[in-house]
Design a protein around this ligand. Sequence first.
Ligand SMILES: [Zn+2]
Length: 411
Amino acid sequence: MTALFLSALLLSSGIRLWLSLRQAAHVRGHRDAVPVEFAGGIDLASHQKAADYTLAKGRHGRFDLAWGLVWVLLLTLGGGLQLMHDTVSTVFDPTGLWHGIALFGLLSVSGFLWELPGSLYYTFSLEARFGFNKTTAALFLSDLAKSTLISVLIGAPLLWCVLWLMRSMGAHWWIWTWGVLIAFNLAAMVIYPVFIAPLFNKFEPLKDEALAARVTQLLSRCGFRAKGLFVMDGSRRSGHGNAYFTGFGAAKRIVFYDTLLETLNPDEVEAVLAHELGHFKHRHIVQRVAVFALLSFILFALLGWLGQQDAFFNGLGVSSRSEALTLILFSLLLAPFTFPLTPLMSYWSRKHEFEADAYAVAHARADDLVSALVKLYRDNASTLTPDPLHSLFYDSHPPAAIRIAHLKAAA
Ligand SMILES: [Zn+2]
């Protein structure tokens, strides 16, 4: 088990490092000239900013990769998890469910502290250097306090329930646990936009009447009913812009980031929204949920089997046994072993983007979507010249040049 785990971990990290270095080399190689197809919309300074931003994020990503690798090795083969288990045992009865909850708590706090330097650097140095960070120290702390409180209020009872099922449901506990987690995820999709998102951002009805009228027209043209149009103060934290849908059935709402409305003209907003409607009409979200349910069913079956194998614990540096340890070790295994799925999921997502673009072209104007995309690439400093292999592996959206060529061909 140790050898298998180490090989998967090192192989997946090696591939990620190699792809990241390829991306850096490609972006650096194309830094000096704006690609011809963007020559009108993007000036050299913006292009170079995007290259520098991509390179800086890549460097940070490689640091994160190494830092995360050290953490996983410390926890497993380094005996960190066993040490945490023993520490918690000095306070809680190691056979009780509270022991498991305390172990998860200790692991979360230490994992958070381990990642803190990296995330502080990312938000307050890297993002700030490129003018994207709007988060103040006070906002960072209040976000942290709120999200901690929510994780404790929601996470602890959920975890208790899962640990109890693992203990009480016999050999098929994993089917029960899977069912509970799927139900929880569906509930979260309903609860999050209405109760949790407003704790972090302000949502106000769209005031621009002319724009609201156009959006309403687009919606009725597409046979789509929504509960409301909202503007979110995304600019409180970051300069990156976006638009999205949340909710189900008649409770659907459309949310625009204020940063998006500042950048795009009404034609472009309409085209972006038509693209988002395309995702809805093609049932991309439903498909995603279904695939997630199926994949997690397979993973839980695997977890049910692994939890009975001594080699699973011993090979990963843990001599004690508990429900919580089973879950934690499995979650550490997950990343290296599901890594080969990354390019498949990315491919699938890019296919959805093409379908949504085709829908947008049918219900709004392709030229407007193109000019909206060019503005968004420019303002988000997204690179126009990704390494093809890196893009094939990771990109959830088609590369700018290919996507725009498709749109222009459809216009
Ligand atoms: Zn999309």
